[in-house]
Write a protein that binds this ligand. Structure first.
Ligand SMILES: Cc1cc2nc3c(=O)[nH]c(=O)nc-3n(C[C@H](O)[C@H](O)[C@H](O)COP(=O)(O)OP(=O)(O)OC[C@H]3O[C@@H](n4cnc5c(N)ncnc54)[C@H](O)[C@@H]3O)c2cc1C
Length: 416
């Protein structure tokens, strides 16, 4: 079957659907190819099904959270920032809100609302949506795109937007096909690391604290060259390590270090920022109130009981021992551990549970004003496939929507 379109989008994630809608709104004949049997599988899973669409930060603050390469996003954000995104959704019947003034969700708190509205808009605009079509090759002649081959058909268009996502959560469709197709055309793909996932630790005591949730944890890497790597937020102990928002965010810093060092020592402040002196003063105060209680009772005024027990044991203290029976050196050690608890990250489950991919198509080969390839005319990239990744909090979806908007618009404008 040979069919001609003006623009073909590969992948029906946030980036691809936005690109298709924008190009179709410009009056273009758009085809969207999706390899799975339904659209937007990853979008559906976002925010635990609630879909944290974006956040309310200014463009400058937003970009700074992506690190040095964040400036690459300036044109896409200028064209389509969080305000434009919310106006867009309002225009297709989705109301949104930011309950904490920062993270934005659909008021339904359901990603299904977002997906249904995007789907309806694509149908209204006449986008041809073909499911179960896995793109296998982008056809190029004389450095100009002219079509896409799938497992059983060829589709022709002078513009192709690659929005096939990264490698994380492969069950949701992203298996890295776009990297292969782009590198076959001469694009460089930087080293790929799983990011935003739970981490495994060497210490087995964590399993005894399973499900203990600690708010406002401060976490830092304890390696001489990387002391500046820090994060703070809520943390949850698991059977094999740690998870929770601060861990998800920090994982993207830790995975490249794991490749280099094999093990990454961390120090965690689990006591809401209290230092050794403050913790010591707090415990003395508790002892004065309740002199016959065991150490466990005093520490449990700061931390959950299971964790308090494990940290006592780590300091070599019997949790049932009374304060005045514990030697000064052991007490000092406990205060030190309570101020900065050591944990060593030894691994993770790879891309299986990685919410995003660190690395991707080299930004040097993409024009930030258009999202067009600098190597092949008519080839565009958007979303997670590019070498940019942000923290938790709506950053990655906003980037997918913004880059999808610019890629779709540029592709539509350059239609020959
Ligand atoms: C569990 C989870 C929760 C998350 N929560 C949030 C959140 O709340 N907020 C946030 O900002 N970010 C969140 N993220 C990250 C965010 O979802 C992604 O960064 C974003 O969805 C990427 O969008 P994309 O369009 O680039 O790629 P994807 O959404 O991955 O879409 C790519 C699409 O391309 C299709 N495809 C792949 N290869 C081919 C091919 N060869 N041919 C045709 N189709 C193909 C795939 O099937 C898929 O549908 C979360 C991620 C996960 C996994």
């Amino acid at each position: 079957m040979d069919t001609k379109y003006e623009l073909i989008v590969l992948g029906s994630g946030a980036a691809g659907m936005m690109a298709a809608i924008v190009a179709a709104r410009e009056g273009k004949n758009v085809l969207l190819l999706e390899k799975l049997s339904s659209i937007a599988s990853k979008l559906k899973a976002t925010g635990g099904g609630r879909c944290n669409l974006t956040n309310t930060l200014s463009n400058d603050d937003f970009m700074s959270r992506f690190g040095r390469d964040g400036r690459f996003m300036r044109d896409a954000l200028t064209a389509f920032d969080h305000k434009a995104l919310l106006a867009f959704f309002d225009g297709i019947g989705v109301s949104t809100h930011a309950p904490d003034g920062y993270r934005v969700f659909p008021t339904s708190h359901s990603s299904a609302t977002i997906i249904a509205a995007l789907h309806e808009e694509m149908l209204r605009l006449g986008v041809t949506l073909l499911l179960g079509q896995k793109a296998t090759k982008i056809l190029v002649q004389n450095h100009q795109v002219h079509g896409v081959q799938t497992q059983n058909a060829t589709y022709y268009a002078p513009n192709v937007v690659v929005a096939t996502g990264g490698l994380g959560y492969p069950v949701l469709g992203a298996e890295g096909d776009g990297y292969t197709m782009a590198s076959e055309l001469g694009h460089k793909v930087t080293q790929l690391h799983p990011a935003m996932m739970p981490l495994k630790t060497k210490e087995e005591w964590v399993k005894n604290c399973r499900a203990d949730t600690i708010a406002k944890v401060e976490l830092r890497v304890n390696l001489p060259k990387h002391k500046k790597l820090r994060a703070s937020g809520d943390l949850i102990f698991t059977n094999h390590g740690i998870r929770g928002p601060v861990v998800l965010d920090f994982a993207r810093e830790v995975t490249p270090l794991l490749d280099t060092y094999g093990e990454v020592p961390l120090l965690l402040n689990l006591t809401k920022g209290l230092n050794e002196e403050q913790i010591s003063a707090h415990i003395k105060n508790e002892v004065a109130k309740n002199p016959h209680a065991p150490m466990l009772t005093h520490i449990s005024t700061l931390l959950p009981e299971a964790l308090s027990r494990e940290l006592c044991l780590l300091a070599g203290i019997d949790p049932q021992e009374k304060h005045n029976k514990i030697e000064g050196a052991a007490r000092a050690k406990l205060m030190q551990i309570l101020a900065w608890t050591p944990l060593s990250v030894t691994g993770h489950d790879g891309f299986k549970l990685a919410m995003i991919t660190r690395g991707g198509i080299d930004l040097k080969e993409i024009n930030p004003k258009t999202m067009q390839s600098k190597i092949i005319n008519g080839l565009y990239f958007c979303g997670e496939i590019m070498n940019l990744d942000g923290p938790c909090g709506g950053y990655n979806l906003q980037w997918s929507f913004s880059s999808g908007y610019l890629a779709g618009l540029s592709g539509a404008m350059f239609v020959k």
